[in-house]
Design a protein around this ligand. Structure first.
Ligand SMILES: [Zn+2]
Ligand SMILES: [Zn+2]
Ligand SMILES: [Zn+2]
Length: 107
């Protein structure tokens, strides 16, 4: 499996807790303070958090805060339930149950 190192989306590469939940000086819980995260390559932007790594100030549960997901290795179609947003229709902070927050399903 190929991986690559990208800038941590959750903290924008600063290595600090972006929302200061514990403290502004505490380490980013996603990258552990390094500002970098390792993702599978090739990867695509996470639909649920729009690549930001955060949903309502919480770590995105779909990508774990990295902002990216492994790219699908086959043909896909836009999820008919969330129309590609990766969000649950009733509760936007929750991941779509059909595509598990990916925004796409295997074709
Ligand atoms: Zn980080
Ligand atoms: Zn995400
Ligand atoms: Zn969906």
């Amino acid at each position: 499996m190929k991986t690559e190192e990208i800038r941590c989306s959750f903290c924008s590469g600063t290595g600090r807790d972006p929302f200061g939940i514990m403290s502004r000086l505490s380490k980013c819980c996603v990258c552990g303070g390094s500002g970098l995260v390792r993702v599978q390559s090739p990867c695509i932007r996470c639909a649920h958090c729009n690549g930001t790594g955060a949903v309502k100030r919480l770590t995105c549960l779909v990508c774990g805060g990295k902002g990216f997901m492994p790219a699908p290795d086959g043909p896909t179609v836009t999820c008919p339930d969330c129309m590609g947003t990766g969000d649950d229709d009733g509760a936007k902070a929750m991941a779509c149950l059909i595509c598990r927050g990916l925004g796409w399903v295997p074709a």
